[in-house]
Structures are given as structure tokens and as C-alpha cells.
Design a protein. Structure first.
Lengths: 375, 375
């Protein structure tokens, strides 16, 4: 015997008992505000056509019934009738299990990922939406992806940026050159090694995505280091929960200043969402300004900062590879930290170009390609 | 008799007693990481030249002395010597009073501000840095500013955006037109009134600043409504602390979808920083998608949502004015909510152009102009 869905109205609220799974005492406001009828939502663009204050304060359900498809029909105290499809109810269930299953589950990685880099040839990706979708899915899971066969012409990185999303112009311009120069304004423009970091935490908002395109790599050294900041944060949470909590709660000040610029931002090194899931990591030794926190927290915060910095240096977390001319690495800037080994500019040229884009356009593209993949 | 500064090292830590104010037991890591010597920070760009893990784990102060200028000199267990100027110590004190005085203090406003709008003529602002600084200071305090005499030519809004900061390109393009069109993809492109809202909460990150430039305003109606979202949030905190806390903790899902776009973001309606200060308000009825929260929180969250929406509609909070051709309103998108009254497109034309920029470039410009103003 198959259990049947059932529904009843108790004291003006809908009590929904699906055939399987826990009962659900539904909030009237929540349920009504999710009405998808053409009077409530624009059928074309899905925008809401009323304001929340337009609903009666004492809104109650007066009747409820199971629809033939297993969905739900509710009649409201103001006379409105709402239908909820079975699939919609399933996709929007609020039980702890249902909510957990909807969360993004990033694939945490270590240096061992080197054997299976998320890589696609740029011309092939442009020609084949299925390949583009597969690469975007890998990017979403891992927080970075590699493109090959990007033409080795100056300015191409911004072309790639404008195809994946929209280039974000900053005080560094539409794109920036990474090579050693005399009198550098930034250590990135020297030949020293750089520990892993996220770019521009002194900016509000920080760049969502960074692209680095290799034009020349003759100089010995200058290999690319990547570390999964989400993985490092989870290691800190496991090994030092109190330290994790301090870095999550107490922000540090970051700063960049030159003759025409004075950028300042306060950011926590680790950001979590309401479910406790790590959503962002900002770590940049060079542009760390100072900790403006209660004096009694300072020593404990620094102990956590040191612990996190040490985790980020564990060799097993470091993914090391060498960018060849035509390679372009695309990194989620608030997850995948990047650095480089030192190089010898006297024994060959090394020239990268980079730009920033926002991440939402890449995520939008992934979801749109998924729509087509389903049809 | 004037109290003297004094300092001693107790158990390896610096205890600083300024001539006035509370004693300060200084964290060794904090103090050393703030060393400004040329070996620790690049004298040109201020970037940090060592990594936090390079400092000894058991770092201790071995001696400390008051400098002639009232500053502090510390000798460390690894032999390094750090000097801290008196002014630096004062600017970076960690007492509760000192920290509170450093926080941004937005000037909360109501509709009564209409008598003293923060306004500047665009050509004059371009010619006179002191005027630009004054306008930027007003913008920073109030969360919006008005520019007049912007040439009434299409595309000018992006010119203004690229002068105040850098235009942020989105799926709407570099700029967008706000006028009624047939088959609108967005309610903004109809003639209906719009309740106050922030733009694009479905984007990650949401736009920091919105510009709206008036090219034509012959149609009766279509006045601009602004509400100070920070003020509304503080009213909610006072009148309904539990509701404020729910909106601060529990995010809602926002969404925008059309044929080529699928933008989704989770945002709290109110964001506060570690000190409890309101830092962002996101409110948009039209693009509200749904609340993905524990079922038992839903009804209470909706009660808070209704309460906040009602506060945003209080007539005394509404600043109402009419944009004339050549006017351009510049709004901090996560603070100053905007809307419009309905207009009659059959009785005259109404045409605005808008664009988005990030807020950090405007803030940088304000701080750089302040440097010059001091010298």
C-alpha cells in the first residue's frame, strides 16, 4: 500500500502530510507569498506583482485539498485560491534534510588534483555549449578552471573575460600586466615568490573572479601555486574551532594606497552563511593593514591567523603547475588562493596579463546552459 | 602636573599607560605586526614584506621605552626593534571608546531632508576639487547625492559613472533606459509606480552605486521617492528587536530570469558588521524569490518582513522630488532605496538612463581628496 498525501487546515494554517517524509506545518505568509498564479507573479519574467503589505495581516487558510498531480490547492480568507504543483512543493520543502540537499557542495581538493586539472580548449569551448557547460560545472565545484589555446596576443584576457562575464574595470585598468618592472608599485610586478593570496581584499566588493593569461614563460621558475581556501578553512574548523570562529567573526582591515588611490576594506578572513557553510575566504599578507578589534581578542585572533596561514602553506594542499603560453587560469577569487614561485627575469621573459570579472555572470551562464541541456 | 606616558614589559608583553586614558596590555603579535619599519613594510606602497608565519611563535618583548615624541619603542626577543609614533598609537588604540569613534557614523535622514538636498552642478564639480570633496562627503554621510547640469545627451550617465568610478557592465549593458516600452521584460520599463527598493539583489555582488540621469520628464507623475534604508533598519531595531535580528540573520532568495539570464542570490534584508552597525539593506519586492529557511522560522520571519516593509512606507521617511532634465541622482544601492510615483505616458515623455558603478572608487577618491585638502 502506498501512503497517500493528505492535507488539513488546523486553526487557519495548512498542515501538509506528504505520502513520505515528515509532516509540515506551513506558514500562511510563506505559502501565500509563494503563489505562482498570473495575478501574483508576472507570467513572463516571474516578478512579483503585489507588495507584501498588500496581503491581509490576518491572512488564514480556509480550505485545502490535494490536487490530482499530488500538488496542493489552498483557499485563503481573502478569497484568493493558490495552486502548488507537487514538484514545486518537493523542490521547496523546508525540512532540514531538504534544505541540506539544496546547498552547494563544493568539491574540496588538494595538490593531488594536479593529475586531473579542470581544463578545456578555448576555441572548442566557444564552439560547443556542452563542453562549456561541463567546464562551468567543474569551475563551480572546484573554484577554478584552466583554459588552453587562448591566442597569445596582448588584450586577449579581456576578450575571454567579456565572454565569460563582464570585465570589471578598476584603478589598474581593464587589464593588468604581471611582469617584473623597474620601481614596481606592487610586489606582484617584481620577480619574488608570492605566497598564496586572494586579490584585492582592500576593495569593496573584492573581485569575484580573476583571470591570468600567460603570454610568455621563458624565465626559470614562476610556477603557479593554487590552494583551496575552502578546504583550508574546513581544516582550521576541525583542528581549531575557536580560532575558526574568531576569523569568521572578527574582520581585519586591508588597504592599498598609491598617489591617486586609497582603497580600504574590512573583511573577515573566513565568511560563513546562516547554515555555517564557508562562502568566502580572503587572505592577503601584503595588503593586510591592521586588526581593529577589542584589545582582549587581539592575541587569540593572531594565534588563529597564524594557524590558518600555516595550513595554507601545507605542501599537500599546494597545487603546482606551470602556465604555458596560451594558458589562462580562471579563479574564484574568494575561494581559490593563488601564488607563484620566484623566477629569474635575467634568464628569460615572463609575462602574464590579468583581469577581473564578477562571478554572477558565469553562474548565470551555467544555469542557462543547464536549461538547454534538459530540453 | 601633567600625567606622563609610561611603559613596562611584564611577562614578555608591553603594558602601555598613556598620560591620559586607560592602560593597554598590548598583544605581542598585534604590536609587532604593526611595525612600520622599512624592513617590515615597503616604504613606497606600504605592502607588508614578510609573512605572519615568519615571526617567531614565541615572540616576546624584551624592553620598551617611551620615545621623546610620546611614542613607543619596543625591543623584541628576535632582536628586531620597532618604533611606534605617538600619533599612530592614538589613531590605532583598541579601547571601546577609541574603536567607537573610528566607526563611520551615517547621518540618518527623513523626507524633511528635501529642504537641503546634497546637490552640486556637474561642470562646477569637475572644475573644483574642493566642491567635489564636499559633495563626496555629503554622499558618504547620506548615502546619495544629486548632480545638476549633466548634459542631456544619451550616454552621459556612463560618462559620469566613469568619472566617479568605473561603470559596471551587466546583462543590461553598460547603461539601461528607463521608459515605458511595449512587452517590457522588467516592471521598471512600464508606467506603474514602484515601491522603494534596492536594485539587483539577485546579483552577487549587488551593485554598489546606481546612477539615474533624467533626459526627459514631461509626463505628469513619475516623481522620485528615496528612503534611507539604514534609518528604516534602525527604526525596526528599536520597535521590534527580534524581527530585526531575524532579518539580519536569515537570508531570502532573490532571482531574475529571462531567456538568456538566470541570476540568483541569497541576501539578508539587513546586514550588520561585527560591531552591530547596519552596513547594508537589500529590499526588492519584485525580485523576491522565496525564503529557504527552517520551517519553524518562516512565520516569524514574515512578520518581521511585513514590519520592515511597513516602516519603508511611512510617509515621513519618504523623500520625494522631481528629476528635471540634466539631473542625475547617485545612490548607494545598499542603503538608499528608490522608487517612483506612477506616470502617464500618454501625456508626455519620461526618459531616464541609468548605470551601476562600484562604491569603492568613490570612497577612494574622497580619501585622496582629503589628503590634498590637508596639505
Amino acid at each position: 500500500m502506498v501512503a497517500q498525501d493528505s492535507v488539513q487546515v488546523v486553526a487557519g494554517s495548512v498542515q501538509w502530510q506528504p505520502g513520505s517524509g515528515p509532516a509540515w506545518n506551513m506558514s500562511n505568509d510563506w505559502l501565500r507569498d509563494n503563489c505562482r498564479c498570473a495575478a501574483c507573479r508576472h507570467p513572463g519574467n516571474g516578478q512579483k506583482l503585489y507588495e507584501i503589505v498588500d496581503l491581509p495581516d490576518d491572512l488564514r487558510a480556509t480550505a485545502a485539498a490535494v490536487l490530482p498531480d499530488g500538488g496542493l490547492q489552498v483557499r485563503w480568507s481573502d478569497g484568493h485560491v493558490s495552486d502548488y504543483a507537487a514538484a514545486w512543493l518537493q523542490d521547496h520543502a523546508l525540512s532540514e534534510d531538504a534544505r541540506r540537499s539544496r546547498r552547494a557542495h563544493p568539491t574540496l581538493w588538494t595538490g593531488a588534483l594536479g593529475a586531473q586539472l579542470p581544463v578545456a580548449d578555448w576555441p572548442a569551448l566557444l564552439a560547443e555549449p556542452a563542453l562549456e557547460l561541463a567546464w562551468l560545472e567543474q569551475y563551480a565545484a572546484l573554484g577554478f578552471g584552466l583554459l588552453r589555446k587562448v591566442p597569445t596576443e596582448p588584450g586577449q584576457v579581456a576578450q575571454v573575460g567579456d565572454r565569460l562575464g563582464f570585465v570589471r574595470v578598476t584603478n589598474y585598468g581593464r587589464l593588468f600586466d604581471v611582469k617584473s618592472v623597474p620601481n614596481p608599485t606592487n610586489l606582484a610586478y617584481t620577480a619574488v615568490g608570492l605566497g598564496v593570496h586572494s586579490d584585492n581584499p582592500y576593495r569593496h566588493p573584492s573581485p569575484g573572479v580573476q583571470l591570468l593569461h600567460c603570454l610568455e614563460s621563458e624565465a626559470p621558475g614562476g610556477d603557479t601555486l593554487l590552494v583551496d581556501g575552502f578546504h583550508a578553512a574546513e581544516i582550521l574548523r576541525r583542528e581549531d574551532p575557536a580560532g575558526f570562529d574568531l576569523l569568521r567573526r572578527v574582520p581585519m582591515n586591508f588597504r592599498y594606497a598609491d598617489a591617486g588611490t586609497e582603497l580600504r576594506a574590512r573583511q573577515t578572513l573566513i565568511s560563513t552563511d546562516v547554515d555555517g557553510v564557508v562562502r568566502a575566504v580572503h587572505f592577503n599578507n601584503r595588503s593586510a593593514d591592521w586588526l581593529d578589534a577589542p584589545a582582549e581578542l587581539a592575541q587569540a585572533w593572531y594565534a588563529a591567523y597564524r594557524a590558518f596561514a600555516r595550513i595554507l602553506k601545507r605542501p599537500e594542499l599546494e597545487l603546482i603547475f606551470r602556465l604555458a603560453p596560451g594558458d589562462c587560469v580562471v579563479m574564484q577569487n574568494d575561494r581559490t588562493l593563488h601564488g607563484r614561485t620566484a623566477f629569474d627575469p635575467g634568464r628569460g621573459r615572463r609575462h602574464l596579463q590579468g583581469c577581473y570579472i564578477d562571478g554572477d555572470a558565469m553562474e548565470s551562464r551555467r544555469l542557462v546552459l543547464r536549461r538547454s541541456a534538459r530540453t
